[in-house]
Design a protein around this ligand. Structure first.
Ligand code: SF4
Length: 756
């Protein structure tokens, strides 16, 4: 048996060729070699879908199946069918992608480009203030990192073992151990995917443990989401009749923890059995990618990607898919279920958003990160009359709370009065206002750079998790074994008192608050949609008759490789002009909130058909919450597909994370592709060095998962591509579809922000 042959168990055979999708019929669509790499004719024809226009200047070798668009983005162009001299072919490909990386790097904006083009005027003001005061932002640091390392961008740098680091170059097609470009790129990608699964998985572990301890009385907290506990437990097959919600919640928490951490390989992944559509379960079974548990798959990912272990890029990518499912069902769904069970689903609420909502004269506390337990207690404590009185005695007008990243979003619709200010990338701009007395940082997307700005304005920073400390911050944390979990309320009170102290000691610190604030509606959920419409039926009817052309879940963090928050807004403009309804959460939702897309008045940004559906009081972007609330989005998408009696992959849906940057972002897109939803992005993953991995990620799962990944650095073109793909799906369903797509109306966003 060759090393590339399937060694999976009989009956659950992995069809590697199908997963990889590499190599089609011999000779298909090939031009002769002397037609060259550049300036060649594009009069060839081939009928498979691809994302480049033949009118664009792009360069690729026709010996390969991978080309690059004019901005250097890898694109699957031709199905190659014959074997050239592999060494020569590899050399040519290295030349090609090196040129492509040069083109791609040219698209990276400078800090000045951000100032000129970012859509939120508050961000612009604060970058200029940072310059005046003399503190760095991530945009300055990004400029200083240029030109970014081509080996890093291509994914062909390996430092797995100490014989390296090795990198693939024209003179070295293999690392010291013999790993080739496919294996190195695949291993690097897998390790990123495993890290993303670990990050969301640790978030899930915290809230599932919190649910368990609250249910069992170790933590003095009520289980607020009793209805959620009962409905999810019933889906898991946990008895619910004549049992207290706490008792059921304890069993549910155990089931979620078991999926997170089991080692026995022959047991069911209960979250998948309970929540995944049957059609998807069959697909995943066929591919043999259903995880044993999240811990196991992350463990195995690091095992098999080590030096001298798995030498087959295909099985490395198979593990990548397993990590994607573990991320999706234990990391995201597990965390979301536990959060909703413990803290309640919350409801749609209206909030003010953006820096203008910061008020001088108050004890101002920012909560930054992802974990809800301590944040909920801090907010409760800070809103108590005793603490408000304490603040007034010290000369403040009261205590106010602000949210950064997901903490703000989750807290906003569960505890009134937590005002979302910014996503992770501009956290340091928020600190730069000088208005914050205390900054509570827990885990994930808390950049170490915030400490420099905090020091500059004497803002006290406290960290609350042993997983995530910051040099210079004060530690008010749960210990490694959570032995102090019963002292949560005391910890929260100490943090609020520390904020009041900080207020007293910071008198005279200069404050500048850009005058931009708008309203946003937040807290959409499966429960809200069903209550509002009675069922998913009316939303399905609107989708079928074309009032809603399609639905996009637009999420993801931000990335200075594109103009900050611009791509999100530009893609949204195209989608809304074409009557596409948008769901959003997490970092990407901040520009949409700040620029009026989540307000009732945002209906003006929607096309006329979508407006018919949204009248009288729905915004065109439905804000579902924090990043783990992708579960709410997939619940809404799945619910509508279920009402239609269709599989999710047949529906006119899309997933867009235009500006993604972190490891969780890789998995979020993968999770939706695993569900059969195409993913769309304006930034590229570090995969240039491997034709096989590029092909696998972008087109190779079209047949198996019924979904693909598409990247275009131009957000308008990306938006048009999403709409075109939705129109194709509508036609396949026999639903009415427009003849033409509309370009969208840019420019309204800035006006909305400025008018508040
Ligand atoms: Fe080099 Fe192989 Fe070690 Fe990677 S694992 S650093 S390619 S020797």
């Amino acid at each position: 048996m060759s090393t590339t042959e399937n060694t999976a168990a009989p009956g659950r055979a992995l069809n590697i060729r199908k997963i990889s999708g590499v190599r089609a019929e011999p000779g298909a669509g090939l031009l002769s070699e002397d037609e060259g790499e550049h300036g060649h004719s594009h009069e060839h024809s081939h009928d498979h879908p691809h994302g480049h226009s033949h009118g664009l200047q792009h360069f690729h070798t026709h010996r390969n199946i991978i080309g690059f668009d004019e901005h250097g983005i890898p694109t699957v162009i031709l199905k190659a069918g014959h074997e050239d001299d592999p060494e020569k072919s590899d050399q040519d490909f290295i030349k090609d992608y090196s040129k492509a990386i040069t083109e791609y790097r040219k698209t990276f904006p400078s800090r000045q480009d951000v100032i000129d083009q970012t859509p939120d005027p508050a961000v612009r003001d604060m970058i200029l203030r940072a310059e005046q005061i003399g503190f760095d932002t991530c945009f300055d640091r990004f400029d200083r990192q240029k030109p970014q390392c081509a080996y890093g961008l291509s994914g062909v740098c390996c430092k797995v073992c100490n014989m390296g680091p090795c990198r693939i170059t024209p003179k070295a097609s293999r690392g010291v151990c013999g790993a080739d470009a496919d294996l190195i790129v695949a291993r690097n990608l897998l390790r990123s995917g495993a890290a993303g699964a670990a990050q969301h998985g640790m978030h899930a572990r915290e809230v599932i443990l919190n649910l368990k301890w609250a249910a069992e009385g170790k933590l003095d907290l009520p289980v607020i989401g009793a209805n959620k506990v009962r409905s999810v437990a019933a889906a898991f097959g946990i008895p619910v009749e004549n049992r207290a919600a706490e008792e059921i919640a304890s069993d549910l928490a155990d089931a979620l923890l078991e999926d997170l951490s089991r080692t026995l390989p022959d047991q069911e992944y209960r979250t998948i059995a309970a929540l995944a559509p049957e059609e998807r379960r069959k697909v995943w079974e066929q591919l043999d990618i259903i995880p044993i548990s999240a811990y196991h798959e992350v463990f195995e990912a690091y095992h098999k990607s080590g030096c001298g272990i798995d030498g087959d890029w295909r099985s490395v990518m198979q593990q990548f898919l397993r990590c994607g499912l573990a991320f999706c069902f234990s990391g995201v769904a597990g965390a979301s279920i536990a959060t909703d069970c413990l803290f309640g689903v919350g409801d749609r609420v209206t909030s003010m958003v953006n820096l203008g909502a910061l008020k001088k004269g108050y004890v101002n506390i920012a909560v930054h990160g992802h974990l809800p337990l301590l944040v909920s207690e801090i907010v409760k404590c800070g809103q108590s009359e005793a603490m408000q009185q304490l603040a007034r005695e010290k000369g403040a007008l009261g205590i106010r709370f602000y949210g950064i990243c997901c903490s703000g979003l989750a807290a906003m619709y569960r505890y009134a009065g937590v005002i979302p200010l910014s996503n992770a990338v501009s956290a340091e701009l928020v600190l730069g206002t000088g208005a914050l007395d205390l900054w509570v940082a827990d885990v994930q997307d808390v950049y170490p750079a915030i400490m420099d700005v905090a020091r500059c304005f004497r803002t006290a920073v406290v960290t609350t998790s042993e997983s995530a400390r910051l040099p210079g911050a004060e530690r008010f944390e749960f210990d490694h074994r959570h032995s102090n979990i019963a002292e949560t309320k005391k910890l929260a009170e100490r943090i609020v008192r520390r904020a009041v102290e900080s207020f007293e000691s910071r008198r005279g610190i200069p404050v500048y608050i850009p005058p931009y604030e708008v309203e946003a509606e937040i807290g959409f959920s499966v429960e809200y949609v069903c209550r509002r419409f009675g069922s998913f039926g009316p939303v399905l009817e609107a989708l079928k008759d074309g009032r809603i052309l399609g639905i996009v879940n637009m999420v993801g963090c931000n990335n200075p490789k594109v103009v900050y928050e611009r791509c999100i807004i530009d893609v949204a403009d195209v989608l809304l002009a074409n009557n596409v309804l948008i769901l959003s959460n997490g970092c990407a939702s901040f520009p949409l909130m700040k620029l009026g897309y989540c307000a009732k008045s945002g209906i003006a940004k929607a096309g006329p058909r979508l407006r018919e559906f949204l009248e009288p009081d729905l915004p065109p972007v439905w804000h579902v919450g924090e990043c783990i609330d992708n579960t709410r989005s997939s619940g809404i998408l799945g619910g509508i597909a279920g009402a239609a009696g269709r599989c999710i992959h047949e529906m006119p849906y899309g997933f867009a994370s235009p500006e993604w940057s972190n490891e969780k972002g890789i998995n979020a897109a993968l999770a939706f592709r695993l569900m059969g939803v195409n993913s769309y992005h304006c930034v590229e993953a570090p995969i240039y060095g491997s034709r096989n991995v590029i092909e696998f990620l972008k087109e190779g799962t079209r047949e198996t998962l019924k979904s693909v990944m598409h990247v275009d650095t131009d957000p308008k073109k990306l938006g048009l591509r999403i709409v075109q793909d939705m129109i194709a799906k509508r036609r396949a369903l026999g639903w009415p579809a427009p003849e033409a797509v509309l370009p969208g109306e840019p420019g309204s966003a800035e006006t909305a922000a400025e008018n508040g």
